[in-house]
Write a protein that binds this ligand. Structure first.
Ligand SMILES: C[S@@+](CC[C@H](N)C(=O)[O-])C[C@H]1O[C@@H](n2cnc3c(N)ncnc32)[C@H](O)[C@@H]1O
Length: 224
């Protein structure tokens, strides 16, 4: 209930839970309470009320298909864990990734272990399986895509210093949980970006690194 930009909850001392209702209902309840000399309280509506899924304004899967996507492609180079693959789909869907290439041993949907973390995102994001990551990278480069290996490598650009060019289409290559992105794929990329880390662990989980890099690029593209 909104009145002059102020939201109220009518909290009756006699009830365990607040009653949410429109202004006219509130006035009629107040009248009744006054007539019967019953106590009542007005409380400000709770701060930062958590939203219900229905209030998030998400597009339906068919509306999502029609929306224009970002100029970012993801390439998964031999990712072993199906949960990681699903998680990448979920993040990619949220940030309007154009397409995901699943390469080498990377599993493909449909699979229950991908679905566990993708939560249906495999139905919205376009994907394709490729046996050979290096061949794909060459093909993408030939078609004008700027290929970025996301990896810890000599002379890598740190993510926070990486400047985006909104006229380019980017393919971001992420690697295997143990071996990382294959060296020949790293070597043939246009550039390499590394996410700075400050703790004792050598690397991020691959799906976490996808989230970090995608959000960084997404926000840089939005503001440039
Ligand atoms: C668990 S890491 C692989 C670590 C492996 N020891 C290696 O040699 O790369 C899986 C993938 O996540 C990404 N990744 C994780 N941490 C990263 C970081 N700090 N900078 C860039 N990429 C990272 C890379 O794509 C990497 O191939």
């Amino acid at each position: 209930m909104t009145h002059k930009n102020t939201e109220f909850v009518l909290a009756l001392k006699l009830t365990a839970t607040p009653i949410y209702c429109d202004l006219s209902t509130i006035w009629s309840i107040i009248g009744k309470l006054e007539r019967e000399h019953l106590p009542l309280n007005f409380l400000p509506r709770m701060k930062h009320r958590k939203l219900k899924n229905s209030e998030l304004g998400r597009p339906s899967p068919s509306e999502y298909q029609k929306k224009s996507k970002s100029n970012v492609i993801i390439v998964l180079d031999n990712v072993r864990s199906l949960n990681n693959v699903g998680s990448v789909f979920r993040t990619a869907e949220a940030l309007m990734v154009n397409k995901i290439y699943l390469c080498g041993i990377t599993a493909t949907p449909p699979h229950k272990d991908i679905q566990k973390t993708a939560l249906g995102a495999t139905e919205s994001v376009e994907w394709e399986y490729r046996k050979d990551t290096l061949e794909l990278v060459q093909e993408l480069k030939n078609s004008g895509v700027f290929v970025v290996s996301v990896e810890q490598a000599e002379n890598a650009q740190m993510l926070d210093e990486f400047e985006v060019d909104t006229t380019l289409t980017y393919a971001l290559v992420f690697g295997n949980e143990v071996k990382g992105v294959q060296q020949d794929v790293v070597s043939s990329s246009n550039t390499v970006i590394e996410i700075p880390q400050f703790g004792t662990k050598h690397s991020f989980n691959i799906s976490v690194s996808v989230g970090v890099v995608l959000w960084d690029l997404f926000s840089k593209m939005k503001s440039s």
